[in-house]
Design a protein around this ligand. Structure first.
Ligand code: HEM
Length: 457
C-alpha cells in the first residue's frame, strides 16, 4: 500500500462484465472471477454496468478494506429496504447496527456454546438414527437435502428450543420456500423467457406469501414467549433479555428481524458447508480413516461432550479445510465512501470492492497445493504461521459473521456424531458440480449411498 502511484485504475477486462455475470448465468461466476484474477493479478478492475468494481485477491488488501480502513469501506447491505430481513443485523448499518450487534453477540459467547453442545449431539444422533433403515440396505440419499433437515433442526433448537422441522411445519415450509427462491438453481435462458411470460410475477407472489407465513409464525412464537418466558437457555431468551445502553429491550419487530436474520443467515450456508464436508470426507478415504481413528481414541464410542470436543483437533481441521476449499460465502462487497489509494491505484468514491474468500483461500503465495484437501494445514501448530486474512470463510472486521464460533462447533459436532454412526459413499455416476449462487453449493446436490459405520480397530 506504500508503492508509488501507478495509474488511475488497476488492470482488467475492457468489455462490460454484466452479460456474463448478470441476468443469465451461462458460466459459473467464480470461474470467471478466477480467470480474471489469473490474467490480471491481485487487483482487477471489472467494468460492471453499475460502476467500477475492484476484485481484491491479496490478504493485505482484504485486511485493509475489512479491518484497517473499514470506516471508509462500509458494507453495502441496507442500501435498499429488505422485505425479508427487515432491519436485522445483515442489513442494518451505523448506530442501529452497533446497538443490535451488541445485543445479539452474547448469544454466541463461549460458555453458551459449551452448553449447546449436548443438544447438538442429540439432534445429530436422532438424524443418524432416522438413517438406520437406509444404512442397513446401502440406499441412496441426496446429502444437501439431508443436511438441510439436520441443520434446520439444530438451528431451531439453538434459537428457540424447538425442532422447527418437526414442530413448526409452516415455519419450515416458509423457510424452505424462501430458501428455494433465494438460493435455488441459477437462472437459465428458459427462466428469463418464463419471466417475460409472467411467471416472474408468480414467483414474487410466492416469495411474499412465504414471508407472510414466516412472519405469522415468528410473531406467534414471540407472543407465546412473552406470555410464558419459561426460563429457557436459548438465543431467543437471550435476545428478549438483552438491553441496549439506554436500558431498552428489543421491540417485537426488532426481535422478529433478528430471529429471521439468524435463521436465514444460518440455514443455507451451514447446510451447504456440511454437505461439502461430507463430500470431502467421502472423497478422501485417508482423511476419513484418520478422523475415525481420532474419534475412536478420544470418545471410545461414547457421545461427544463439550469437553471432549476440545480434544478433536483433526476432526475440527477437516471442517476448517472444507470451509477453505468450499467457502459457502464465496464473495462479499464493500463500497468506498471517500477517495483512497490501494497499492498505488486511486480509489474513486463509490468504487465497489469485491472480496472473494474462494480466491483468497487458493492464493498460491499463501497456500501450498491449494486445490488439495489437506486438513493437516489446520492443525494448531500450522495455523500460527498463516496470514490472518488469507482465510476468511466468515469474513473479517466488525461485520464478521456473528455466529462463526457457533457454526464451527455445530459443524464439528455434526461431523463427529454422523461419523460415529454411519459411512457414506459417493455415487460415481452422479456428477458433483459446484455453482456460485447466493452460496457456492453443489448445483445438482451430492448423491451418496449410506452404510453403517465400520468398526475401528
Ligand atoms: C458455514 C456457515 C456460515 C458462513 C460461511 C457464514 C458466513 C458469513 C459471512 C462471510 C458474513 C459476513 C459478510 C460480510 O462481511 O459482508 C456473515 C455474517 C453474518 N452471519 Fe454468518 N455464516 C455462516 C453461518 C451463520 C449462522 C449459523 C448464523 C446464525 C445462527 C449466521 C448469522 C450471520 C449474521 C446475523 C451475519 C451478519 C453480521 C453483521 O453484519 O453484524 N451465520 N456470515
Amino acid at each position: 500500500m506504500t508503492t508509488p502511484r501507478k495509474s488511475a485504475l488497476p488492470p482488467g477486462p475492457k468489455r462490460n462484465w454484466l452479460p456474463r455475470f448478470g441476468i443469465v448465468q451461462v458460466k459459473d461466476a467464480l470461474e470467471q472471477l478466477a480467470q480474471e484474477r489469473q490474467k490480471y493479478g491481485d487487483i482487477v478492475c471489472l467494468p460492471m454496468n453499475h460502476g467500477p468494481t475492484w476484485l481484491l485477491s491479496h490478504p493485505d488488501h482484504a485486511q485493509y478494506v475489512l479491518a484497517d480502513k473499514a470506516s471508509n469501506y462500509p458494507s453495502m447491505v441496507g442500501e435498499n429496504p429488505d422485505p425479508l430481513l427487515g432491519r436485522g443485523l445483515f442489513v442494518s448499518n451505523g448506530d442501529f447496527w452497533r446497538r443490535q450487534r451488541r445485543m445479539v453477540q452474547p448469544s454466541f459467547h463461549r460458555p453458551r456454546l459449551a452448553r449447546m453442545v449436548e443438544g447438538m449431539v442429540r439432534d445429530a444422533q436422532q438424524h443418524a438414527e432416522r438413517w438406520a433403515p437406509q444404512a442397513a440396505t446401502g440406499a441412496r440419499l441426496e446429502l444437501l437435502e439431508q443436511m438441510r433437515r439436520l441443520v434446520i433442526t439444530m438451528l431451531g433448537n439453538s434459537i428457540f428450543s424447538e425442532d422447527a422441522r418437526a414442530n413448526r411445519a409452516s415455519l419450515r415450509e416458509g423457510m424452505d420456500t424462501l430458501g428455494h427462491l433465494l438460493h435455488g438453481p441459477p437462472r437459465t435462458l428458459l427462466d428469463v423467457v418464463k419471466g417475460l411470460l409472467g411467471q416472474h410475477r408468480a414467483q414474487m407472489k410466492r416469495f411474499f406469501n412465504a414471508i407472510e407465513q414466516v412472519n405469522t409464525d415468528m410473531y406467534r412464537l414471540i407472543a407465546e414467549r412473552r406470555q410464558s418466558p419459561a426460563g429457557r437457555d436459548d438465543m431467543m431468551t437471550m435476545l428478549m433479555d438483552a438491553r441496549d445502553t439506554q436500558g431498552a429491550a428489543m421491540t417485537d419487530t426488532e426481535l422478529r428481524d433478528e430471529l429471521v436474520n439468524l435463521f436465514i443467515g444460518g440455514y443455507e450456508s451451514t447446510s451447504v458447508a456440511l454437505t461439502w464436508i461430507l463430500y470431502e470426507v467421502a472423497r478422501n478415504p485417508e482423511v476419513e480413516q484418520r478422523a475415525r481413528g481420532e474419534l475412536a481414541t478420544v470418545l471410545g464410542g461414547q457421545p461427544l461432550t463439550a469437553e471432549s470436543l476440545q480434544s478433536l483437533p483433526y476432526t475440527r481441521a477437516v471442517v476448517e479445510e472444507a470451509l477453505r476449499i468450499h467457502p459457502p460465502a464465496w464473495t462479499f462487497m464493500r463500497r468506498a465512501l471517500n477517495e483512497d489509494e490501494i497499492d498505488g491505484y486511486t480509489v474513486a468514491p463509490g468504487t465497489k470492492m469485491l472480496i472473494s474468500p474462494y480466491l483468497l483461500h487458493r492464493h498460491p503465495s499463501f497456500w501450498t497445493e491449494p486445490e488439495r484437501f489437506l486438513p493437516e494445514r489446520f492443525l494448531p501448530e500450522q495455523k500460527e504461521v498463516r496470514h490472518r486474512y488469507a482465510y476468511l470463510p466468515f469474513g473479517a472486521g466488525q461485520r464478521q459473521c456473528v455466529a462463526n464460533g457457533y457454526t464451527v462447533t455445530l459443524l464439528t459436532v455434526a461431523l463427529a456424531t454422523l461419523l460415529q454412526r454411519c459411512q457414506w459413499r459417493l455415487v460415481p455416476e452422479h456428477p458433483v458440480v459446484a455453482w456460485a449462487a447466493t452460496t457456492r453449493r453443489p448445483r445438482h446436490g451430492v448423491l451418496a449411498t449410506l452404510h453403517a459405520a465400520p468398526q475401528v480397530a
